[in-house]
Design a protein around this ligand. Structure first.
Ligand code: PMT
Length: 214
């Protein structure tokens, strides 16, 4: 039976972040936002008060969801923390790990055969939440991996101090970025569970069942 989430406040992040290089160029990734939007929609259908922090995507806002649009990793970090306190955070966004050290004021001109853009690490939203006084009781991260799902996911579980990591394989058709479908292996400290392959809309509900099981 589907558990009600009425009375719970859930913050979900979705989509990519864009890190500007100059006024016309950015570093980005192929996240469509589908996975995170599906989680937000499923949580709202179950009665939760949902804040969806969305990177640049072309998706309709799910009914009953409060949407905050952002562009960069720094803006996503600020918007997620502005939405606290919350009972849960589900981080499906593909947040950039690096951002250019400076944004050029004018369009970069062609000079020479190579271009070096110096980047610096972005703040890690999930890890910062894991260490914060207002840490949501249920903290869920995703892991997008091309191999060794279990190893990387379990490392993130511990390092980012989260309760669940939903790992998906990327770099192949039918799962991960852009696709309508996905397959998740969800890890928690003393267990794991495989979901799918199935539509992201279906997996979203199954993930919520796991996370809010008790
Ligand atoms: O959007 P779709 O096209 O539907 O694709 C879905 C998806 C593949 C993007 C999604 O299922 C997914 O895997 N999202 C996480 C992608 C990712 O960035 O994974 P990661 O292993 O780099 O990051 C691990 C976790 O840390 C993620 O929860 C991420 O949101 C979080 N993170 C990462 C960097 C950062 N600076 N802050 C973060 O919070």
């Amino acid at each position: 039976m589907t558990a009600t989430l009425a009375g719970l406040r859930i913050v979900v992040s979705a989509g990519p972040t864009y890190e500007d290089i100059d006024p016309v160029r950015f570093l980005g990734n192929r996240s469509s936002g589908r996975m995170g939007f599906a989680v937000a929609a499923a949580a709202a259908r179950r009665g939760a008060d949902v804040v969806l922090v969305a990177g640049p995507v072309h998706l309709e806002t799910p009914p009953g969801v409060q949407r905050v649009d952002v562009r960069s990793a720094a803006q996503m970090h600020a918007a997620v923390f502005a939405a606290l306190p919350a009972d849960a955070y589900i981080g499906a966004a593909a947040v950039a790990d690096y951002t250019p050290r400076a944004v050029a004021a004018d369009k970069l001109k062609k000079r020479g055969d190579t271009l070096v853009v110096e980047c610096v690490r972005t703040a890690d939203i999930l890890a910062d939440l894991g260490a914060h006084a207002l840490r949501p009781r249920r903290l869920v991260g995703f892991a997008a991996e091309t191999g060794d799902l279990a190893g990387y996911a379990r490392d993130k579980l511990v390092r980012k101090r989260v309760d669940f990591i939903a790992a998906n394989r990327v770099g192949q058709p039918g799962s991960g970025f852009e696709s309508e479908d996905n397959a998740l292996t969800v890890y928690w400290p003393d267990g794991e569970c495989s979901l799918g392959p199935a539509a992201k809309t279906l997996l979203a509900g199954q993930l919520l069942d796991l996370v809010f099981a008790n």
